[in-house]
Design a protein around this ligand. Structure first.
Ligand SMILES: [Zn+2]
Length: 215
């Protein structure tokens, strides 16, 4: 039964994120992560467009022209960079809108969210580098503040290189206490490339990647 399966998917995802959030000391965020997925507008769409291997929101977009579930979700959950898109005060901003710089506690929750989503979708093929690779493939279409992107990339790179436990320790003891985040060369894109695409718009092509981060 799809409703039960969808309920289990959400609950499993929330359990994984909760465990990670507790490790970095974000107790309240760990307990409340993605709770809006149980609301009727999100839950019903999740059941109707359930496939098991990708976000149901894509199905709703295709069928209905937009995803009411996603619009509801991203408007309420601060760990999504899309929550932070707003009118820009910069005159040359892309289409008048810009990604605002996210508070670190939500960047940290986004890190936990992305790891959990990759674990659920990749199952036995999951590796510590999975979430970094997904970011590399989708970065060209993200309307996100460069500093926020740099911080997210730094955490995912550390996770790929040093593993989860070391990254949780870093987030808890350094990142969330305001330690400066270093520049990191992340193949195949770099800081300059991030800045270039934010300036020039979304020119790079998407390769039809499965939607992993529940957009
Ligand atoms: Zn979410």
């Amino acid at each position: 039964m799809k409703a039960w399966k969808h309920f289990c998917t959400i609950t499993k995802h929330r359990r994984l994120v909760r465990k990670s959030c507790f490790k970095i000391g974000l107790i309240k965020q760990g307990l409340t992560h993605d709770l809006s997925k149980y609301s009727p507008v999100e839950f019903c769409a999740g059941v109707k467009y359930y496939t098991g291997d990708r976000s149901p929101n894509d199905g709703q977009r295709r069928a209905e022209g937009y995803s009411a579930a996603w619009l509801h979700h991203k408007g309420r959950n601060r760990h999504h960079f899309e929550y932070w898109i707003d009118y820009s005060l910069e005159k040359d901003a892309l289409s008048g809108m810009a990604g605002l710089k996210m508070p670190r506690k939500y960047v940290a929750e986004m890190f936990c969210d992305r790891l959990a989503a990759c674990k659920v979708y990749h199952k036995d093929n999951y590796t510590d580098a999975a979430a970094l690779k997904y970011l590399e493939r989708s970065v060209s279409r993200m309307l996100i503040h460069p500093e926020t992107l740099k911080e997210l990339a730094y955490l995912l790179k550390m996770n790929a290189d040093c593993g989860e436990e070391e990254t949780y320790r870093y987030i808890r003891e350094e990142y969330l206490k305001g330690a400066p985040v270093g520049d990191v060369e992340i193949h195949p894109w770099s800081k300059e490339r991030i800045e270039a695409f934010l300036k020039n718009g979304h020119k790079e092509t998407d390769n039809g990647e499965t939607n992993h981060d529940q957009r």
